[in-house]
Design a protein around this ligand. Structure first.
Ligand code: 2RA
Length: 341
């Protein structure tokens, strides 16, 4: 017998990717229900190669009998409906930011802290971290085990798909517009500045200390998931790429670690693919990682300005490992190790 799974936010970028990922990985689902806001009721979404699901109304859906909810609506929608689903007996794996820092909600990257999943029993909710945190931690975990990380300085280059479908449309329309002399302003709704042929050093809202919330997430989520002693200094930047987040990561360790040791341990690490030839083209770019599951690590090299320092570049499909795949991996562990059908 398999599971009854509801996907909340089924028409969004991540919701669609969740259903695709579940199908590809043969998630043991007997029934999959697509849920969306009232205005998307009846809209069709595909599950696998040949199944079309009609979206049902999240607001009136009765979660009783649903085993697992994969949730990726807006944070305020999740704040309202995830506790309702949990109260009806489902376990919610939530991709929004709403529950991530709740001490009674585990925040999980399966390659890093799968044991934390057991904490779902407190509230019936497991949180999926932010996309930029997930890919960085998949790469940092084996390095931390080897040489203990003291401090991380990271600059991100994040694709527009992290901002949803409207953000992707904005990049597309502004790019097209440039060739027909249309001002970018005419096609600007989501971003604060032109995104086509530009980069924007601002993701999510500004906080009192000048950090953006996206940067803050990388700091606090790293502490919650990997190690509270790690200091993170993050700068998050939106770039005109459709899919795939990139990060240039500088790490300072407590113990000495050579480039080769880092490369070898990363080669063995789950979820990581090392492509690192120190020559033209010997690295992975976001255009090559779209549709892939791995976190790709390249450009591993010493930082000669500190005692135990390394730099590396990592890219990953933010809709897959940064969102849908990580959520489905959590659900897989939940199904096999905890719910036991
Ligand atoms: C972004 N971090 O890329 C968001 C998506 N979760 O905007």
């Amino acid at each position: 017998m398999g599971y009854k799974v509801a996907v909340v936010g089924a028409t969004g970028n991540v919701g669609r990717e969740m259903m695709q990922t579940m199908f590809e990985r043969k998630f043991p689902a007997d029934e999959v229900i697509a849920l969306a806001s009232h205005r998307s009721v009846g809209k069709e979404v595909s599950y696998g190669d040949d199944q079309i699901l009609k979206c049902q109304d999240l607001a009136t859906f009765d979660f009783k009998g649903t085993d697992i909810v994969l949730s990726s609506p807006g944070a305020s929608v999740s704040a309202e409906f995830s506790p309702k689903a949990a109260a009806a007996g489902a376990v919610v794996v939530d991709n929004t930011s709403h529950f991530r820092m709740d001490p009674d909600v585990p925040l999980v990257v399966p390659e890093v802290n799968p044991e934390a999943i057991a904490g779902y029993k407190k509230k019936g909710i497991i949180a999926n971290p932010n996309c930029s945190t997930i890919q960085m931690l998949v790469a940092l975990k084996p390095l931390h085990d080897l040489a203990t990380i003291k401090r991380v300085v990271v600059a991100t280059y994040q694709s527009v798909s992290g901002g949803g479908k409207a953000a992707m449309d904005e990049l597309f329309n502004q790019t097209k517009g440039v060739y027909v002399n249309q001002s970018a302003e005419e096609n600007r709704k989501v971003f604060t500045k032109q995104i086509a042929f530009n980069v924007i050093p601002h993701i999510d809202k500004f906080m009192d200390d000048g950090m953006t919330k996206e940067e803050w997430k990388m700091v606090v989520e790293t502490k919650k998931i990997l190690d509270a002693n790690i200091e993170v200094c993050a700068s998050c930047v939106r770039v005109p790429v459709f899919i795939g987040h990139s990060e240039m990561v500088n790490v300072e360790f407590v113990k000495g670690i050579s480039e080769d040791e880092a490369r070898n341990v990363l080669r063995e690490a789950p979820g990581v693919t090392v492509i690192d030839h120190h020559k033209d083209g010997g690295y992975v770019t976001p255009a090559e990682c779209a549709g892939e599951d791995a976190v790709f690590v390249s450009r591993i090299r010493k930082d000669p300005t500190v005692k135990n320092g390394l730099n590396f570049w990592c890219v990953s499909d933010n809709l897959r490992k940064g969102a849908a795949l990580n959520t489905v991996q959590i659900a897989e562990i939940l199904a096999s190790d905890y719910l036991g059908k």
